[in-house]
Design a protein around this ligand. Structure first.
Ligand SMILES: Cc1cc2nc3c(=O)[nH]c(=O)nc-3n(C[C@H](O)[C@H](O)[C@H](O)COP(=O)(O)OP(=O)(O)OC[C@H]3O[C@@H](n4cnc5c(N)ncnc54)[C@H](O)[C@@H]3O)c2cc1C
Length: 424
């Protein structure tokens, strides 16, 4: 089967959705959304965040995830906005959700093999799709299952690049327990179409729904819950949904490795900053002591999967890179260049007169391999390569070893530390 007939959804034309859901891939748009949503980060969010009123009404959730995913804004900035308006106790629920992202990233960082096992499983299953399973898969990714809600979420995901958290949970549950499709193919479908598609949050959320993250604890999508929290927009027949969610099983998790330690920049030599799509937060990177003489940008949204990535994902990522390129001149006073491969990087670093390359920490995920090859080449050519780990991750990841609860208990002290710059 050709790629285009196997994955027709990848090229699907966006449906006409409310303009409120058009994600503009710039830091300015991220800050505007942050500003607009900040008044809702308190009890309004805590009370209503599970409501999915549809793409035309997202007033109860922030829709900041595509920006956080590329760090056009940072977790620290979002949490600060909440605390500038509300007491910690009032904004606690919102802040905890932001820390779920931190938790998943730290958890996967300490078990990188889970990502490798996932990609192996995904690729094998994509290759082996055939017969009834291929038919069921096609129906699911084209929104033709006949299950009320599910088909609409498929189309909404492809058309907007976003789904409400509750819809993601229902979708994943129906995919695994009703349609009995492999979880790794569902995770792949999400990763290819979500603007916020993230190796850690996505893979581990799918594993959580299937009972693989918190061993034995699954999530069952119930018709009454869907009807209630979609305000009656969807009402799947009880006959259409699985009534049980028996936990999937594997032995992937194992014991966590150590989190990365402190990675301070030591070089005071002329340095070239290599930004990648995992962290485009130029304004907040700890580069104040570096002597920057050039900036390069690496982007490769297609590496999210062996199957085609959604057009909106490519557009958003490319747009975020273009925006960062424009901001670089103002923020660090350097013209930024796109460096698609190691030859281009070597050329750009040499032309800038740098002898050091610095880059934001690259978390576990599809970009790590390509960027490691690029920096490996530079190191082999005698350039010094240094990585920066943000204090938010450095302080939180040691607590992301088992369940979320361990990290949750630490949130107040982590925030106190972040708000006292001398402790960072
Ligand atoms: C099956 C499944 C797949 C998911 N895949 C992704 C993914 O690829 N990328 C991703 O960022 N999130 C993912 N999530 C988590 C969550 O659904 C989204 O982060 C959230 O819906 C984004 O919308 P928002 O910005 O309006 O969230 P808000 O409710 O406004 O939350 C604010 C921020 O907190 C973080 N956050 C909130 N909830 C979660 C959560 N449960 N887990 C991790 N971070 C969270 C996000 O960065 C979000 O932008 C997934 C959840 C499920 C159930």
């Amino acid at each position: 089967m050709s790629q285009s007939s196997m994955f027709p959804e990848a090229g699907a034309a966006p449906l006409a959705y409310a303009s409120s859901l058009a994600f503009v891939p710039t830091r300015a748009a991220a800050l505007a959304r942050l500003d607009a949503f900040a008044p809702n980060m308190g009890s309004l969010y805590a009370k209503n965040r599970n409501r999915d009123d549809g793409p035309a009404d997202r007033r109860y959730v922030s829709c900041l995830s595509p920006y956080l995913r590329h760090r056009l804004i940072t977790e620290q900035e979002v949490i600060a906005a909440a605390l500038n308006r509300f007491a910690f106790s009032t904004a606690e629920k919102f802040i905890q959700e932001v820390y779920w992202r931190t938790y998943f990233k730290g958890w996967l960082e300490r078990r990188p093999w889970v990502w490798d096992l996932y990609t192996d499983d995904r690729d094998r299953r994509l290759n082996e799709l055939s017969g009834d399973q291929a038919t069921a898969y096609q129906a699911a990714v084209e929104g033709r299952t006949g299950i009320d809600g599910f088909d609409a979420w498929t189309k909404e995901l492809i058309a907007t690049g976003y789904l409400h958290n509750h819809a993601r949970m229902w979708f994943a549950s129906i995919w695994i327990f009703t349609l009995r499709l492999p979880w790794s193919l569902g995770a792949d479908f999400f990763h290819r179409h979500l603007l916020d598609g993230d190796a850690a949050s996505n893979t581990l959320s799918w594993r959580w729904v299937g009972g693989l993250h918190t061993k034995g604890k699954t999530y069952l999508a119930r018709p009454s819950n869907i009807e209630k929290f979609t305000n009656g927009r969807f009402s799947p027949s009880p006959e259409d949904l699985a009534k049980e969610a028996p936990a999937l099983e594997d032995d992937w998790n194992g014991e966590p490795g150590d989190p990365p330690g402190d990675l301070p920049l030591t070089s005071r030599d002329p340095a070239f900053l290599l930004l990648h799509e995992e962290d485009l937060g130029l304004e907040t990177l700890p580069v104040e002591k570096a002597r920057l003489v050039g900036v390069g940008l690496f982007v490769d949204p297609a590496c999210r999967s062996a199957a085609p990535v959604g057009g909106l994902v490519s557009q958003f990522t490319q747009g975020a890179i273009d925006d960062t390129r424009h901001r670089a001149k103002t923020v660090v006073g350097c013209d930024a260049v796109i460096v698609p491969d190691e030859d281009n990087l070597l050329e750009a670093v040499t032309a800038a007169g740098a002898n050091t390359v610095i880059l934001p920490y690259l978390p576990v995920g599809p970009l790590r391999g390509p960027v490691a090859r690029m920096t490996g080449r530079l190191a082999a050519e005698g350039f010094r390569v240094e990585t920066m780990l943000r204090s938010h991750d450095r302080h939180a990841w040691p607590h992301a070893s088992k369940g979320f609860f361990r990290l949750k208990k630490k949130i107040p002290s982590l925030i106190a530390r972040e708000r006292t710059p001398s402790l960072l």
